[in-house]
Design a protein around this ligand. Sequence first.
Ligand code: FAD
Ligand code: SIN
Length: 525
Amino acid sequence: MAPSVITVDFLVIGGGVAGLRAAIELATRGSVLVLTKDKQTESSTEYAQGGVAVALSDEDEVGIHYEDTIKAGDGLCRENAVKILVEEGPELILELISWGAEFDKEGSKLSFTREAAHSRKRILHSRGDATGKEIERALIQKARTYPSISRYDFAFTLDLITDGNRCIGATVLRGNSIINIFAKAVVLATGGAGQVYSRTTNPMIATGDGLAIAYRAGALITDMEFVQFHPTTLYSPGAPPFLLSEAMRGEGALLANISGERFMPQYHEMAELAPRDAVTRAMVSEMVKTNSRHVYLVLTHLDKDFIKKRFPLIYATCLQYDIDITEDAVPVSPAAHYFMGGVYTNVDGETGIKGLFAAGEVACTGVHGANRLASNSLLEGLVYGARAGRRAASYIEEGNVNTTSAVHAQNSAADSPAPAFDLAKTRSKMRQLMWNKTGIIRCGESLSIAKKWLDRKQFIMEMSCQNRREFELKNMLTVAHLITEAALFRKGSVGAHFRTDFRERGEGWKKHTICRKGKEVAWSD
Ligand code: FAD
Ligand code: SIN
């Protein structure tokens, strides 16, 4: 069956914080179509707990937010990108509030909490621990006020449509139909890829589609070795690795090993509020020492009513697994949480492929360096979503017109059947392999084992797929391959990338890794 064709001015792929903020920016400049692969709200944004970091409190300054972000990034942040984030952030948060977003208050003033590696209380939160839900709600509500914005939910983007080095649209699977959507500019805002790992905080949709799609189209992919593992997720039989927000440690929660001994002060001067990568590695070290699969997060010394009120979602969710966080030490273990790397963009969201812009977790402006500062991601989605939208609009206003002479749809659903393989088994094996061999602690040997296995699955990465499940697996394998290759290439330990065979930073560590289809991994400034 021939694909149907739709034409819009702007195509935004993704309806989380970055995609929605880009769409709102574009709404007065032409027709905008927003795609989501699942229901409207299903995104990492929706599940964000702790809050959004912004230098708005009386005791804070953008310069201090800048310093904290640079410090957490462990020497690899792009300074200009950080400057823009912290300087433009406050205005965008105030704008969001003017659109109806409600953040928690103390009296008439906004209430700020602290999270790891922040030297000030600067995290705004909503209904305690449901910040992302409120941001998503406010952005959806604002987007609905523009008749120029329409949306397709359950519209799974298969690949970009390119014409030479120009992106002119995307091929989408919706129900059983294939649609070619042509656009003057495309904004990629598909979020992260946590599902590549067997333990992750990310929702099921986080299969790295945008990363793989952009890679197949020839975009530069950068810093893929830097995967952030959140230290504290629930570790209980039958329970998913549900996130226990870092804000809990910000409010005084402590970490103890299975013998009940507090350990963080021995590992870092900031103890429980050390940067995320340091806390995660300290936990792994304690787990190895005590031969245990978890440590404990302890809140029992804190006021019970305060905890219930401050973390209502976490309190209720843990109770479902018979854990009362006000009375019981909570078993916790790390899980894959966030990708610092992604599709290379400049600070205007430009990717190097004309007409293709990217923002949010799928993109890498270098703002997070080797380790993201807590709660900087929602802010990044707002700031860089808006900037990518602005640049996409000016791009077409500068007269960049698409020609459709030699349209190349990368790899849409195909006529030829895929070679036989067990999809569920391959998916599960990949997730475990990534956790065990390309996880929190890596070495050349473990990474080579992962690479060897992934190389044998190359045929899936190259095959023409028949359905969404196959495409997701193909995309996850591609992302897994990119992480593993970059991790093998960086012979040193920086931020979230820790190798036992190269514990020091290593030569040339200040550079960024770059992957590009058909090319070996390389260094870039
Ligand atoms: P997302 O919000 O993930 O949105 C991705 C969108 O892309 C979705 O609409 C999805 O449907 C769409 N999409 C994906 N693939 C396709 C496809 N193939 N076709 C069509 N559409 C597609 N950060 C903070 O700053 N503060 C926090 O408190 C915080 N807490 C977090 C808690 C959890 C549990 C998690 C998982 C993350 C948290 N983070 C937090 C990180 C932050 O939420 C994310 O990095 C951020 O929301 C990403 O936003 P995004 O717009 O880039 O992507
Ligand atoms: C959390 O609430 O701990 C998540 C914050 C983040 O990922 O930035």
